[in-house]
Design a protein around this ligand. Structure first.
Ligand code: FAD
Length: 593
């Protein structure tokens, strides 16, 4: 285990607080992520030799307070589902701390300022918190450490959010992050902590000291944060360490399932009992230790005859997590295209209407829209479902910037994780890690393969619940009588497709081929001017009637039957569709309502 320790002498000018003596040898345990008791080396160290321990969590208004301008209920940075998940996790942590003779102290404000205030007020000698590689925490930690080093406060900040210390791996690789999973595995080897059992329980904690004049409260409710009475469908996943350990226990008790786990096999349309563990939100907030999870998996593997291996095994998934943490930590501007050495420079389109259609589940492709509803209501979707919608938004159909999709995920996912989310969006948009842009997920046949009856769609898009299975993935092809019977008129009750997949995906491939060629020619050093002129060229080719590929992108919600069917190459099916949609476009009174 890597421990980051820094200790320095107090500066002469810092006056002693009168409460210092009263606190004796006190320490602060600063919870940020790592919202757990098990395998929490920072908490363990905070309590060692301390008369008092102050377990603190700071509510950052930026992260928690309502932002009425945001596109979904929630704060500026997080959707309400995730905020609620966090509050539940804090309540659970407080309950566990109380059982150990302590409690969680909730304070509010800019976390750095609040913490420094607490350090001054309580006169503690030790500050303990889990090391965090996210840029937000890196900046915050610099600020706090400046104060502690001047004040002579010991800081203990162990790496326990990941299996490995990303900085170690980068150092072993000559200062650069490994860029492939296999090279990461080679450098990482076996985690050093694996040879000795992790501390999974604590019998008691030192009491909380006098809090002086610091404003401390109980864990707030959603209402306390100013959200009023919110009526929305909440995620079925409850936050907290207790729930995390329960879920983990359920997963590892099925040894056969663990031994045979193989991603990307698995059905993305299962939602009553999802095909994967749904432990990601718990790992995100550190309600579950990834190291403990990994150790439990090793215990199962030891007791079965045969099991899958990385990258496809469940342990392999945790290693993917560490891989992305390492690359993200070692790559400047990892979360954007510009200035990111790993990212192909691609002239993505900017189209607010199309983006809103995707975000609000109005693309007209039920598979895509159902996934986007699951994102909004549950804040969690299966990995391959995420693949489908990310591919559709970027290189598959809409050719919109991966950063726009990343932002939507970042807000709405309950497992939203800076390194993993950015890493996967880079991957899915063929901007980095994965470059086979000709392999596109069909928004029609991919989901159908797993769920021919469309049960997943019927659940998340009840407007389509009575659509016969023949049409559930392409409802615009349903004859008018069938649409009427299903009480779902396409263009009125459910949108027409925003683009025609076959031609849109061809367009995307053509654009990516050109962008890749230019990236290669200029060795990835594309200026804004290069990108703009490539964009102009691509648009020109698109509009020119001569190039083989006709412009197919239509204004959202205005794809007419003529436009649509012209894209279908002659055959019987095309003609059938033409007459059906002609009928829809013309006479039907309420269709365009
Ligand atoms: P399981 O299959 O049970 O895997 C166990 C754990 O392994 C997960 O909880 C997760 O921590 C880790 N893991 C699994 N797959 C990956 C992966 N591809 N990359 C890194 N770690 C992985 N995952 C997040 O946790 N947060 C995100 O913000 C996030 N954004 C994503 C965005 C896109 C576009 C895509 C395609 C994937 C994203 N993922 C993200 C990765 C993955 O989809 C989720 O981790 C996984 O679906 C969570 O479900 P689970 O816990 O049941 O996974």
């Amino acid at each position: 285990m890597q421990l980051l320790l820094c200790l320095s002498k107090p500066a002469q000018h810092l006056k002693k607080n009168p409460l210092m003596a009263a606190s004796g040898s006190g320490s602060i345990m600063w919870f940020r992520k790592g919202l757990r008791i098990h395998d929490n080396p920072a908490l363990e160290y905070a309590s060692k030799g301390s008369d008092f321990v102050y377990p603190v969590f700071v509510i950052d208004p930026h992260y928690m307070e309502p932002d009425p301008k945001a596109f979904s209920p929630g704060s500026k940075l997080a959707g309400l589902n995730r905020i609620r998940f966090l509050l539940e996790s804090l309540v659970d942590l407080d309950t566990s701390l109380k059982k150990l003779g302590s409690r969680l102290l909730i304070s509010k404000g800019e976390p750095g300022q609040v913490l420094i205030q607490c350090l001054k007020e309580w006169g503690v000698k030790k500050l303990c918190f889990e090391h965090d590689t996210d840029p937000y925490y890196q900046a915050l930690d610099i600020k706090v450490k400046e104060y502690t080093s001047a004040a002579g406060i010991e800081v203990f900040s162990p790496v326990s959010h990941t299996l490995f210390n990303p900085a170690d791996i980068i150092q072993r690789n000559g200062g650069k992050p490994p860029l492939t999973y296999q090279s990461f595995l080679k450098l990482a080897g076996q985690p050093s902590w694996l040879s000795s059992p992790l501390l999974t329980s604590i019998s008691s904690l030192p009491p909380v000291g006098d809090v002086g004049s610091c404003e401390i409260s109980e864990v707030p409710t959603i209402k306390d944060l100013g959200y009023g009475d919110i009526e929305q469908e909440w995620t079925p996943f409850r936050g907290g360490e207790s729930e995390a350990l329960k879920r983990l226990k359920e997963s590892v008790s099925d040894k056969n399932w663990i031994a045979n786990f193989e991603k990307p096999k698995g059905n993305p349309s299962l939602f009553v009992k999802p095909a994967t563990t749904v432990l990601s939100p718990y790992l995100k907030f550190g309600c579950l230790s990834s190291r403990y999870f990994y150790q439990c998996l090793q215990d199962v593997y030891k007791n079965v005859q045969k099991h899958t291996s990385p990258p496809v095994s469940l342990a392999g998934q945790l290693l993917w997590r560490d891989f992305f943490y390492t690359v993200a930590f070692g790559t400047p501007n990892f979360d954007r295209m510009k200035g990111n050495k790993l990212c192909k420079q691609i002239p993505w389109n900017d189209d607010d209407e199309l983006l809103a259609a995707w975000r609000e589940a109005r693309t007209g492709y039920p598979w895509i829209d159902a996934i986007m509803v699951q994102l909004r209501t549950w804040g969690w979707m299966h990995h391959l479902a995420r693949h489908s919608v990310a591919c559709f938004l970027t290189r598959g159909d809409l050719f919109l910037h991966w950063e726009r999709g990343r932002d939507v995920f970042e807000r709405l996912l309950i497992d939203s994780d800076w390194a993993i989310n950015n890493g996967n969006w880079l991957w899915l948009s063929c901007s980095s890690f994965f470059y086979q842009y000709n392999r596109i997920y069909s928004p029609i046949s991919f989901g159908k393969k797993y769920d021919p009856n469309g049960n997943y769609i019927r659940h998340f898009l009840p407007v389509l619940k009575d659509m016969p299975k023949e049409y559930i993935y392409e409802p615009w092809t349903a004859p008018p009588g069938i649409q009427r019977k299903a009480k779902c008129i396409i263009g009125r009750d459910y949108p027409k497709p925003v683009v025609y997949h076959d031609s849109a995906s061809k367009e995307c491939k053509r654009k990516l081929a050109e962008a890749y060629a230019l990236n290669q020619k200029l060795n990835g050093q594309l200026s804004q001017e290069d990108l703009d002129s490539l964009r102009r060229k691509l648009e020109q080719d698109e509009e020119d009637p001569e190039p083989k590929i006709r412009r197919q992108r239509q204004k959202v919600g205005h794809l007419t039957s003529q436009d649509f069917c012209k894209t279908i190459s002659g055959g019987k099916r095309g003609r059938e569709l033409m007459s059906i949609l002609d009928f829809i476009d013309s006479g039907w009174p309420s269709l365009e309502a």
